[in-house]
Design a protein around this ligand. Structure first.
Ligand code: HMG
Ligand code: MG
Length: 312
């Protein structure tokens, strides 16, 4: 039987959080609708963070109930940095939250204005409070390979924090290559160690594609046993507080890689192209992962074939 991988499309949150052009709530909903129509069963819709820090996510309170009303079966996670974020997310009707803990002092300070010890405690408290409310949870361990401020992140630190997030009950511990600096060898090494401290089916990987190694890193993670991936249609994404962070691993690259290697994703590449078309109009620039030129040629070929009169 074909093995399945599970993709959370983070374009509505990671993809949009750093965009200069304002994106309306209705446009965000349209993007989420296209992701759902493409067969994606899990999205990260938004974040409940300070609107001063990330103005683009200021409409989280309106977005979440609208998503739940339109696509009640879509798994919809939201990022929350603290208990206040959880409170806001819960009142908006969110059913799944993700906390964000970075594996270095400086990255936590820049991202959420906390030191590492405080960020760890706040993440644990937020997970516990979310569980008490009956919510599903994820916990990011960000800068799990390199930190833009402190250089290579020591593996024992990543293992310690991943184990703490697992012990705190995180449904998924999401190992993040925030600035897209990881290599397949590192991914292989780190996941071999991580699966010793967190069961492999509770681990997910969140890759950025800064150096063109997103797909190679995804393959290394697959080989290491990971089956849960974050990706973003068109490869849009990047943390505003991590200098050098480029777009996420593109959903289309991941789907192509996985399906061509015998894994089922449930995602239609044509559906993903439709979502990219829409996102391009929204952001007024060309989008797409490493495979986009080939996917577009294939799309044009199929369209030309469909337009040909049937042979007599
Ligand atoms: P702070 O200024 O230290 O917070 O910010 P504070 O507790 O001192 O409160 C200051 C004000 O913010 C108060 O309001 C609070 O009520 C309010 P005031 O009294 O001034 O009117 N506040 C909030 N408002 C809305 N939602 C909240 C919230 N919390 C406090 N949750 C804070 C701390 C965490 C809020 C801030 O630093 C922040 O919002 N940071 C944004 C972080 C962010 O969104 N980063 C990008 C996402 S992470 C990422 O992209 C990485 C990832 O993709 C994985 C990877 O690739 O590595 C996940
Ligand atoms: Mg990210």
């Amino acid at each position: 039987m074909t093995e399945r991988i599970y993709i959370t499309d983070v374009a509505p949150r990671d993809g949009l959080q750093n965009q200069q052009l304002p994106v309306s709530t209705e446009s965000k909903l349209a993007l989420i609708g296209l992701l759902e129509a493409a067969g994606l069963r899990s999205v990260e819709a938004t974040s409940f963070v300070s609107p001063k820090a990330v103005p683009q996510m200021a409409d989280a309170g309106e977005l979440v109930p609208a998503v739940a009303a339109r696509w009640p079966r879509l798994r919809t996670s939201v990022l929350v940095p603290n208990l206040k974020g959880l409170e806001r997310a819960h009142s908006a009707g969110a059913r799944e939250i993700a906390v964000v803990l970075s594996a270095t002092e400086t990255m936590n300070a820049r991202n959420i204005n906390m030191g590492l010890a405080q960020a760890t405690e706040v993440s644990e408290q937020t997970l516990a409070a979310a569980h008490a409310l009956g919510l599903r949870t994820r916990a990011y361990v960000a800068v799990a390979f390199d930190c833009p401020f402190e250089g290579e992140t020591p593996l024992p630190e990543v293992l310690r924090l991943a184990a703490r997030m697992h012990a705190a009950g995180a449904g998924e511990v999401v190992i993040a290559d925030t600035i897209g600096s990881a290599s397949p060898g590192q991914v292989k090494e780190r996941f071999a160690a991580l699966r010793e401290v967190v069961p492999i089916d509770r681990l997910a990987v969140h890759l950025h594609d800064t150096r063109g190694m997103g797909a190679a890193n995804a393959w290394a993670a697959l080989e290491a046993g990971v089956r849960r991936f974050d990706a973003s249609v068109g490869g849009i994404g990047g943390c505003p507080f991590a200098p050098g962070a480029a777009g996420n691993l593109a959903t289309e690259d991941l789907v192509l890689l996985a399906e061509r290697s015998g894994f089922a994703t449930g995602v239609s590449l044509q559906g993903v192209l439709d979502a990219i078309d829409f996102a391009q109009t929204l952001l007024q620039r060309p989008l797409g992962g490493r495979s986009i030129a080939w996917l577009r040629r294939e799309q044009a070929r199929r369209q030309a074939q469909a337009a040909e009169p049937a042979a007599a």
